[in-house]
Design a protein around this ligand. Structure first.
Ligand SMILES: N[C@@H](CCC(=O)N[C@@H](CS)C(=O)NCC(=O)O)C(=O)O
Length: 226
């Protein structure tokens, strides 16, 4: 999702090819794309998004690296990773991932319910969905922890003061789209799960009320780039 935001913010034309989870590795092999991520056991982790730029013939992997490539290759478009900010933006992305530890228990089982059948088996197996499921009586406590974790990010952003539009200033940066993409995934997955008879009061309708409505405003601000 962050890539779609980046391409639309830059006004670059693109075509999306959807690939089911079990087919990602084959796609890499077919196009001789080297993997960049590794799993905790050190084995290759084949991930999406991947872009293929027909104008250079290049395949680029990893959202951060793709955004840096697009900045470089299309300098007439808005820069999302200005020189000198790569370290900070990379660290912010890592920090967001490290803070949102309880999110997996909420979002991965919900994601599993809305995936295409072709991906469900693989996702269940590789993401340990059965171990991640939260029992009834733990649910409220889990959501409270999740709200507190989002609160930490809210505290960071508060330090910018109310007037500032985006995380690094008045123009959109990579970390804005990274955070907005994570929020949009929560919204889509939790709303999708609700439609499939999931819990009503534990979903996006909760998150959007948190922290003065910051998360709902952020997703709304990026709707034009969806
Ligand atoms: N470092 C990559 C990670 C992206 C990532 O984790 N993508 C997930 C989909 S949201 C994926 O491809 N997972 C494949 C798998 O787990 O087998 C990036 O930032 O683009």
């Amino acid at each position: 999702m962050s890539l779609r935001y980046a391409l639309n913010i830059k006004g670059l034309a693109f075509k999306t090819e959807w690939i089911e989870y079990p087919d990602i590795q084959t796609f890499y092999k077919q196009h001789n794309i080297p993997h960049v991520d590794t799993k905790p056991d050190g084995s290759p982790h084949y991930t999406l998004p991947v872009i293929h730029d027909a104008s250079t013939g290049k395949f680029i992997v990893d959202s951060f690296s793709i955004t840096a490539y697009l900045d470089e290759q299309y300098p007439h478009t808005p820069t999302l990773l200005p020189k000198g900010t790569h370290a900070l933006q990379s660290a912010f992305q890592f920090a967001v991932g490290s803070v949102l530890v309880t999110l997996s228990g909420i979002i991965k089982p919900a994601t599993h319910t809305i995936l295409n059948e072709a991906s469900q088996g693989y996702f269940r197996r590789t993401k340990g969905i059965d171990q991640l499921r939260i029992s009834e009586d733990e649910l409220d406590e889990h959501w409270k922890r999740f709200e507190a974790e989002m609160g930490m990010i809210d505290d960071w952003l508060k330090r910018n003061g109310e007037g500032q539009k985006f995380i690094t200033g008045d123009s959109i940066a990579y970390i804005d789209i990274h955070l907005a993409a994570r929020l949009l995934r929560m919204k889509k997955v939790l709303e999708g799960q609700k439609e499939q008879g999931g819990k009503v009061d534990n979903g996006w309708d909760l998150i959007e009320k948190w922290h003065g409505g910051r998360w709902a405003r952020m997703v709304a601000a990026f709707e034009q780039y969806e």
